[in-house]
Design a protein around this ligand. Structure first.
Ligand code: GLU
Length: 506
């Protein structure tokens, strides 16, 4: 029985504040969160901000916001607090120093005094001899006193971990046993010359002090784990369960990365969505994104694909996370979103729509300022859309002022001017009929259109399309009854009048 058995699951997500949350990071959060929720354990959020040079301004706030958008609530961490805090590594220096002193004392770590030039020479030699490892452990190793004296002399001193001369096996819950032969990792830096710990060291100390039982992270960290295990042994720490998740690839086989955006821009292509925030402002639903990323490396064992967060909590198990790389199929995500938009509870859909309107940059001001009731009705009238920008395309005109409607010349030609202005003739007739309509409801508008169609022996489209072009300027809008009710009688009539005034003389 390992020390961990019988203890409550405690998992963590440990982002470095270097920008927005990447979609791969979101998958890491999700799997950790699911494991915690499933087992009645705790999900901890820890901010790994010890690399001051990589710190990006307000990224912590952005990451927290993205997590909230995804529905990933944390039990301990920034804002939530908790007994194992502080949860920002930059506020935990004294804890790291305590354990660092122990390692220096035991001889498992040492002050390294090489100058940058000396390190460069080591690297050059390694390159010339085609060796991967370049750092040569000093002999003799500097004593603690020598290290401290060098520090007092303001020399750039780091602390390195003395990598033990033994094979290290990581027992990975997904990959099985992964052994790294001795001699494959050089003595690595655990405290930088600015006094901050490196990621490896801070992570190991915090995983112990925060009583983390399972570390689920991307496979790109697999080669870090032997370093972590070696330090845990040196410090007498418990080794948590490790599970390294498959890497996420683009459909063309390249690794999905933040750099894909720069590459696309360089080629003059629109940048693909990569960060959680990109998907948010592009008009995806959090439910669809969560559902989609849950299947990046995990499967339920049957062909079921539609999962709410609650259903994932019920169904998710770590033993169904695979070893093979996951593919990020954007067409599939779009299909998931379409499905979710059609099936989601309307209250949640509307909430997500409002979030999209405030998060996205290209929303016309009149839509941002629109009243809630009208927005709700507009969204209701737009069933069958893929992502929220489709809604804007379909009903955006409703929110414009009547004078600003511009008529798409192609639509005018095809729907109004064709057959000797047949569409305009319908509008001439409809304007008086609509003016006389007392009950401005979908039912009575549809009845009126039906009556006109029957009386003239024409199809519904022959009436609905001219009306649509007149009130929206284009051939795209929700069902005609919904469209006119959304607009209201006054605007409908004003727009038809404007359209008729624009008629080209024959
Ligand atoms: N701060 C690390 C990262 O953002 C965390 C890695 C880990 O989970 O240990 O990649």
């Amino acid at each position: 029985m390992t020390k961990l058995e019988g203890t409550k699951v405690r998992v963590r997500f440990a982002p470095s504040p270097t920008g927005y949350l990447h979609i791969g990071g979101a998958r890491t959060v999700l799997f950790n969160w699911l494991l915690a929720r499933k087992s009645g354990g705790k999900f901890i959020l820890r901010i790994e901000d010890t690399d001051r040079s990589r710190h990006v301004g307000d990224s912590v706030a952005k990451i927290l916001d993205d997590l909230r958008w995804l529905g990933m609530t944390w039990d301990e961490g920034p804002e939530a607090g908790g007994d194992a805090g502080p949860y920002f590594q930059s506020e935990r220096l004294s804890l790291y120093n305590e354990h660092l002193a122990r390692m220096l004392e035991s001889g498992d770590a040492y002050y390294a005094l090489e100058t940058p030039q000396e390190l460069e020479t080591m690297r050059e030699n390694a390159r010339a001899e085609k060796r991967i490892l370049s750092y040569d452990r000093p002999s003799p190793i500097p004593t603690i006193e020598e290290g401290e004296a060098a520090k007092r002399d303001r020399k750039k001193v780091v602390v390195r971990f003395k990598m033990p001369d033994e094979d290290i096996t990581v027992c990975d819950d997904i990959l099985g046993d992964v052994t790294l032969k001795s001699g494959q990792i050089e003595d690595f830096v655990i405290q930088k010359s600015d006094g901050f710990p490196t990621y490896h060291f801070a992570c190991v100390v915090d995983d112990e002090l925060m009583k983390i039982t399972h570390v689920l992270r991307g496979q790109e960290h697999l080669m870090n784990t032997p370093k972590h295990v070696a330090m845990q042994r040196s410090l007498g720490f418990t080794t948590p369960h490790y599970a390294h998740m498959p890497v996420i690839f683009n459909m063309n086989g390249s690794k999905m990365s933040k750099r894909d955006k720069e590459k696309a821009l360089k080629n003059g292509d629109p940048p693909p969505e990569i960060d959680v925030n990109d998907f948010r402002v592009a008009g995806y639903l959090p439910e669809a994104v969560v559902n989609f990323i849950s299947l990046l490396g995990w499967n339920p064992g049957d062909d079921r694909e539609h999962f709410s967060l609650g259903e994932l909590v019920e169904t998710f198990t770590l033993d169904r996370v695979g070893k093979t790389n996951a593919k990020f199929d954007r067409e599939k995500l779009l299909a998931f979103n379409t499905n979710w938009a059609a099936s989601l509870d309307f209250g949640l859909l509307f909430k997500a729509f409002c979030d999209f309107l405030s998060a996205s940059e290209n929303i016309p001001q009149e839509i941002r300022d629109a009243d809630e009731k009208k927005l709700r009705e507009a969204l209701k009238a737009c069933s069958g859309f893929r992502i929220f920008p489709d809604v804007i395309k379909k009903v955006g005109f409703v929110f414009a002022s009547d004078n600003d409607i511009e008529f798409d010349p192609k639509a005018v030609k095809k729907v109004l001017a064709k057959n000797e202005n047949a569409g305009y003739a319908i509008l001439d007739h409809m304007i008086t009929r609509l003016e006389a309509l007392a009950d401005w409801s979908v039912g009575s508008i549809e009845r009126l259109i039906n009556d006109v169609c029957e009386a003239r022996d024409i199809k519904m489209g022959n009436v609905a399309q001219p009306l649509r072009v007149a009130v929206s300027g284009s051939t795209i809008s929700p069902a005609i009854g919904d469209t006119l009710v959304l607009l209201g009688k006054k605007s409908t009539l004003a727009r038809i009048r404007k359209c008729l005034m624009n008629r080209e003389p024959k």
